[in-house]
Design a protein. Structure first.
Length: 180
């Protein structure tokens, strides 16, 4: 049985930060679910559509090996106030499963309360938010701390996805803190 990954999206996500991970994860042999509010169709900042395959309120951490959260400031800003998203992220983290976020995606990790003491990175506009939440900021393309992988910007997508796929293929080597 193929392993499953979920991407959580809301309208105005950053298109390439959803499209590239979606394709790369499928190429690596994973089933990728798209979680949206009530399985609705959402559109990226530049108009790319994704149709939800699962409702956010029905997410179950036991069903997934990992979660990927694309950025774009509007989408993650809407998701970070969703109690079901925060609860799911907390469960994924507590289970030691992959929690990956790029650009403004770490806002959701901040709101879920899992970033304190975690080595991480993010888009420059939310560095203060990350630090104020107790995260340990590194201006690096990708930072991995146990099961949390964060990245700064769309131009870092290739290295972000390599780190995610390596983590998933190694069955979650959760004891490394690495920066790229």
């Amino acid at each position: 049985m193929k392993k499953k990954i979920v991407m959580i999206l809301e309208t105005d996500f950053r298109d390439e930060e959803a499209i590239y991970p979606f394709i790369r994860l499928q190429e690596a042999g994973f089933i990728v679910d798209i979680a949206t509010d009530n399985k609705k169709q959402v559109f990226g900042k530049f108009g790319f559509p994704f149709k939800g395959t699962v409702s956010i309120k029905n997410l179950n951490a036991r069903s997934y090996e990992g979660v990927v959260i694309p950025g774009g400031n509007e989408g993650p800003d809407k998701l970070r106030i969703n109690k079901d998203v925060k609860k799911f992220i907390k469960k994924m983290h507590a289970s030691g499963k992959l929690v990956a976020a790029i650009c403004h995606g770490p806002w959701i990790l901040i709101s879920a309360g899992i970033i304190r003491g975690i080595n991480s990175t993010c888009y420059k506009a939310i560095v203060d938010d990350l630090k104020n939440a107790g995260g340990i900021y590194h201006d690096e393309p990708v930072v991995m701390d146990n099961n949390i992988i964060t990245s700064r910007h769309p131009r870092d997508l290739a290295i972000f996805m390599k780190k995610i796929i390596d983590f998933l293929k190694l069955n979650g080597n959760r004891h490394n803190i690495t920066k790229e």
